[in-house]
Design a protein around this ligand. Sequence first.
Ligand SMILES: [Zn+2]
Ligand SMILES: [Zn+2]
Length: 380
Amino acid sequence: MESRNRCWNSRPPYRPPPKIYGNQNIKPPSVEPTARAGVQQALKTDCYRPNISQREFERLLQKHLLSHEQMTKLGYPTACSAKSVNQFRRLGGVGQQQRRRAEEGLPTQGPNAKRRTCSRCARDFFTDDHGYVTQEKCCYHWGRAYPAARSARGEVLMEHTCCNEEAGSPGCCHAEAHVWDGLVSGNNGPFRDFVYPMPCSRPPPDGHGVYAVDCEMCYTARGLELAKVTMVGMDGQRVYESFVKPSSEVVDYNTRFSGVTADHLNTDTKTLHQVQEDLIRLIRQKTILVGHGLENDLRALKIVHTNVVDTAVVFPHIKGLPFKRSLKSLAASFLRREIQRGTGTDGHSSYEDAYACMELMLRHVTNEYEKDDRNKRRNY
Ligand SMILES: [Zn+2]
Ligand SMILES: [Zn+2]
């Protein structure tokens, strides 16, 4: 009991970092005028608050930090050898499922055109330096295919979650253009326009900080680009939030998942470079970032950071990588909470997702600590 008191109750109280709101169209949480404010407010007041200082939380998270090898395999932006890049590709990393080529004839393309594969319908299309060469509507299923039943001969029948039509059937959704994820071969560098958090000259007394990050993306001719970023502290409060104007024209706002609409990005929105400058003031080299599949967020933010805890790795899929449990399923299992309840028009909340990651880790390390403590006392 003594060791418990020493470690848990004699810590200085956690002091949240100063809050920065990235741009004018995002208000502080208490007055946020969006339809989802009710959800966020409820979460904010119900925040899980273990009796644990930030320094202690940082210490307990150390064993969950991704190794350099893990980061490379998962496709995090980090320098690596050619061997590990190939390993990552063999593991079926980023976008491999979408690499399937459609068999239909392809439209003609110019000399500088690059072939892309639609992330939604798997048809090939072309973009060049100016945008889209292929002008073609996209017909797709927004829901994933899952094993729904078995035929009389024992074959697994796959159906889409969006419409319960069988896999391979014509899509139930239509969009003006095909879209792609923006990922090309050579996923692990070189990283042009990426920023690197700086070391601290003097270690801060409260620790280096632990933040959960979640980004929302839109499709442009350059692929998936950052449209919104939210960073949450261990007390469940927003530390940073901003909409971000993509560098090229938006082809599809991806609102079903991103919750981002044209109105959000038409106002006085920051550029990626401005957001990077803001974040680099909050994130230092030893700051721990928590997220679910955080490689996508760091790629979109163009930040190379190596102190990372990924809830997709801490709570692995039973089949192992490249399979990952969804954040929705982790929240349902471990937080007894339903997240990402979007009706199909309002998308996910980046705050809700980021805080779910933070709470998953808070609960996980406190449970681990208490278990260790019980074992120690039993052996004493
Ligand atoms: Zn469908
Ligand atoms: Zn398509």
